[in-house]
Structure formats: C-alpha cells, structure tokens
Design a protein. Sequence first.
Length: 431
Amino acid sequence: MSIIMVAIAAGIFSFASAFQEANELQDDQLKQIASMLSRYRLSTAQTNSQDSLTNIDPDSRVVVQVLPNDPNELSADLDHGLALSYKLPLGIQTIIVDGESWRFFVKSLSSGSRIAVGQQTAVRDEVARDSAFRTLMPFLVLIPLLLVLIRNLIRQMFRPVRQLASDLFVRSEHDLNEVSDDYVPYEIIPFVTSINHLLSRVRHTIALQRRFVTDAAHELRSPLTALSLQAERLSNADMSDSARERLVTLQRGLNRSRLLLDQLLMLARMQEPSKGNLIEISIGLVLRRLLEDLMPLAEEKNIDLGVVGRTDIHISTNEFDLTILLKNIVENAIRYTPKGGRVDISIHSNESIVIIQIVDSGPGIPDNELQRVFDPFYRVLGSDEIGSGLGLSIVQSVALRIGADVQIENIRSEEGLIGLSVKAIFNLKSH
C-alpha cells in the first residue's frame, strides 16, 4: 500500500510538472515567432486571415495579428481577424475572445505597431496533456511490474520463514529443541535467536520440574517401604478383628501410594526425549513377555487374557518404550474388566501402518470423558479399583515419545455397551 501511495504521488507530481513544462514550451514558441517577425521584418498582411489556415492541423495553428492603434478600432475589422483590443499589454497573457480562451504574446515592432501571437488554450492544453501522459506512461507500465517483482521477491525471501512456521506448527509439545536459522533472512535471525533463548529457558524450567518430581518420588519411596515393612510385621501380631480391618486399609493405602510414586517416576521418565536406538522388534515377542508378567493379575480375576490373530510383525521402535506402552494399556484393561471377563489383544497391519488393539469386556468410559482420561490424575467416577489416574497419561507420553497414536473408543452392540477398545497405531513410513 505504501508503494502504491508513493507511486500515485510521484505520478501526480510528474504529470503536473510535465504539463507545466509543455505550456512553458509553447509560451516560448509564441515568443520566438514574435521575435522572428520583429527581427526579419516579416509581413503580417496575410496573418489576419484565418481562411488560409483551414488546411492546417489545429494543434499546430498559431495566429499572428496586428493590434489596432486607434482606441475606437478593433483588430477584427482587419480582414476578419480576432476581436482584439488595443489595450492588450505587452507580454504573455490569457484572454477570452468570442467566448474562447486564447493565449497571446504581445510584442512591439520597430515600426511602432504591435503584434499579438497566440494559440487557443484548449489546443495548448491538449498538447500539454498528451505530453504529460507520455511522460506518465512509464509509471503506469512499470509500477504494476514493480509491485509483482517486489511481491515475488518478498515471497522468495520469506519462504524459509514460512517453512520455519510450518515446522513449529507440527512439532510435538515435548519437542523443545532449538529452531534452525539456516537460510533465514538476516533481518529475522534476531527473532529466531530470541525464540531459541525462550525455548531454552522453557526446557530448563520443565527439566527442573521433572527433576523435582523424580527426586520427591525417590525421597518418598524409602519411608513408604519402611512403613510397608512395619505393616507387614504388624500383620503377624495378634490383634482384634477391628484392628486387623484397619491394618488392611492401611496396607491398601500404602500400596496405592507406592504405585503412585512408581507411576510418577515412570511419567517423568517417559516425558523426556527418547534416547534409545530404534531397532527392529517383534511385537509378538514383546506381547509374550508382557503376558507372562500380567497373567497372575488376570488369573486372580478369572479373566481370559490372550492374543488373537497373527503376531509375527516387526516394527522399528524402542523396545523399552513399547513395553511400557502396552503394559499400561493391558494392565488397565485387566484392572477395570469385571471378574470372569475377557481381554483380547490383536495386531493388524498393511503397507503403511501397524495397529495393536486391546479390547476388553469392561464397563467402558462415558463418551464425554474419552479424551479426559489422558489427563494426569483423572479417574472415571464409580471405579473401585486401586489406581492413581496416571496409567493413560503414561501411555500418551510414551506414544508421543515414539511417534505412535493412541485411540480409545467404546464398543457397542444392539444390546448396548459391551466393552472398550484401545488402539496403538504405528506409522511405518515415519519409522
């Protein structure tokens, strides 16, 4: 917009200047004609007749007329000339003759007579405008080209900035690495540097928070372990039924606190960027090891736990992270499935993705809470299972860490809700 305004102002100034110069040039032409008549004593006997000028281009027509000396005489009496008064002063002037505007230069001859050399103002203005427009024409042609050139140049210069913005937009919230300033315009580098400094401060602050959580959990593990041992010793002592009931409640609370500390440590560890090497891992092998660990929990509730379908699929990922991801999902399914229920694990794949699906016959999750279950410490109301609400938060953190996507949905039949499905989706192209 600024370029357009400057161009318009420059165009107006150029047009006005060219118009004025053209008029001044035509004034000089009138003066030169008058000087020629005076210097070479040319006859003006035929100049009063306009009939001889009918075949001449009006744009180039110049009228030369002798002014009357008698106050009572008009020059129009001389062979049909213009009605010019003898009172016209010497020099350049604009007058109205017979309703038309004329531009005259009046000069005295050596013979004592005076002559008037003039042109119609309308003709002069037309010539001046044509000249001014020809001067303005380069502006009218070059300004649009200049705007297109500047637009393309700016787009080319800021292409790295757009790419940088796109990279930041698709970044994970856990990715706080510095932004590259390669190919960024020199004027933008201070801005990129400031962003990197901000990311560094945020990264440092988050690291301090995670370290605090980790240190606090470690510090609390020792006293909780000591309390658990004291409670276990106390259970061997003789006590009343009321005291033993209270002891059982205490042991449950201690177990829940220990589970919370373990999950806090795991969550803090999983929120760190992955440093493990990516290797080809058999999902079937990971599931077999996982089932060996969780089978006692499933047998305690008489839950049918197993893998259905094919299991010999390999993906490139971190084995420890994958194990933590699947363990938390399957363990949650076992804990929240009623006794005598069922938990099935299946694997599906095509050329681009691998899906590990865990389906249980539990009560499911209300539809309006499906996304909230990933929030730390959030638990669905009505559940009597021991837990801290961190299991699915850990799942989400691990999924972001290894580039997987976790989806939860209720499974319904014609009779109603029959269970919950959790899918861990791995994009083979990104791995």
